[in-house]
Design a protein around this ligand. Structure first.
Ligand code: 5AD
Ligand code: FES
Length: 344
């Protein structure tokens, strides 16, 4: 599909036409990645962050938030739990936290890789190329870094530089990660103020161009303690502005599957947050093939509040596991075995 066709789909409102789009995406999903849904256990290892992203609730701007950093033993314990629950992957995610020492992270990766069969995915923000290399050498398999929007002006607006540094280009960082040998994952939020249909169509084309292994998309959910959240309180404006609604998320999941048939696409927690009853299942039926059950110890979960009313804040790792396994079975899909890396 070209940009014009994608844009047209993003603006489509006819329910029967959309049903056809979803059916097509679901068929392409089945033909390319099958019925398996892979589980990636998410460990939110630190909510400390030095950045001031306009959308994000754990940004350094939010002085009301209690900050935490998990201990090495706690992280290893979560990884052990992932093995017990038969997950193939753990995702170590954090704010951009300079307090997470590069060598300390490398040691944790090495220990997980030595003691478990897990794939290790990192989602630790923009770090130095030396650290990316160090972590790869320690055994990390994948790196997630959403580029958030392909519109550079909008990116600069919502994503100010780190203290004492210049603007960065996440698309270039993703290319570096791939060169180092990571499976690279990225994605965008849907409905950030200033995101037009054309921008979002370009985002989808960029997924394809970058040949990403994983592509995560979810609705933008305004957080009251952020600049963008305040801007949103007046509502989204302009006829070309993309709304942050549920239907738009399904359209983007479906169009992403069509554009990148073999990629791993999660049905995200942000989607589950706007439709707690059936969001995850609908995502999986419209192109997605991954879910990310939360493994973070319950005492920390409520502090990893990137947006309000996040799903799974009060559930334990076992509860999320039971919940997701049940949801997968309810739509006649199977839980994937092994690490669920993209076939190349
Ligand atoms: N609403 C939705 N998604 C958000 N993220 C961060 N803040 C928000 C928000 N307010 C997403 C970003 C980030 C990922 C970890 O979570 O895309 O890359
Ligand atoms: Fe956590 Fe459903 S996945 S409660």
């Amino acid at each position: 599909m070209n940009k014009l066709e994608i844009t047209k789909w993003l603006k489509e409102t006819d329910a029967s036409k959309l049903a056809e789009l979803y059916e097509k995406a679901n068929k392409i999903r089945f033909e390319n990645v099958g019925d398996d849904v892979h589980l990636r256990g998410l460990i939110e290892i630190s909510n400390c962050c030095c950045r001031t992203c306009g959308y994000c609730g754990i940004s350094a701007i939010n002085s009301k938030l209690t900050r935490y950093r998990m201990k090495r033993e706690e992280i290893i314990e979560c990884a052990r739990k992932a093995v017990t629950l038969s997950y193939g992957t753990v995702v170590l995610q954090a704010g951009e936290d300079p307090g997470l020492d590069g060598k300390w992270i490398a040691d944790i990766i090495r220990e997980i890789k030595d003691k478990t069969p897990l794939a290790v995915t990192l989602s630790l923000g923009e770090r130095s190329n030396e650290e990316f290399q160090l972590w790869k050498d320690a055994g990390a398999d994948r790196y997630l870094l959403r580029f958030e929007t392909s519109d550079e002006t909008l990116f600069r607006k919502i994503h100010p530089p780190a203290p004492g540094q210049g603007y960065t280009n996440r698309i270039e960082i993703l290319k570096t990660l791939k060169k180092i040998g990571y499976e690279a994952g990225s994605g965008v939020m849907i409905g950030i103020p200033g995101q037009t249909y054309e921008t979002l169509a370009n985002d989808i084309l960029t997924f394809k161009e970058l040949d990403l292994d994983m592509i995560g998309v979810g609705p933008y959910l305004p957080h009251p303690e952020t600049p963008l959240g305040e801007e949103m309180s007046a509502g989204l404006k302009g006829e070309n502005q993309v709304p942050n609604i549920e239907e738009m998320v399904y359209k983007v999941i479906a169009l992403t599957r069509i554009a990148a048939p073999e990629s791993n696409i999660p049905s995200t927690t942000a989607l589950a947050t706007i439709n707690k009853a059936t969001g995850r299942e609908l995502g999986l039926n419209r192109g997605a093939n991954i879910v990310m059950p939360n493994l973070t110890p319950v005492e920390y979960r409520k502090y990893y509040e990137i947006y309000p009313s996040k799903a799974c804040i009060y559930e334990t790792a076992e509860e999320c596991h039971g919940c997701l396994s049940g949801r997968i079975a309810s739509i006649n899909r199977t839980v994937g075995k092994g690490t669920g890396s993209r076939n190349r």
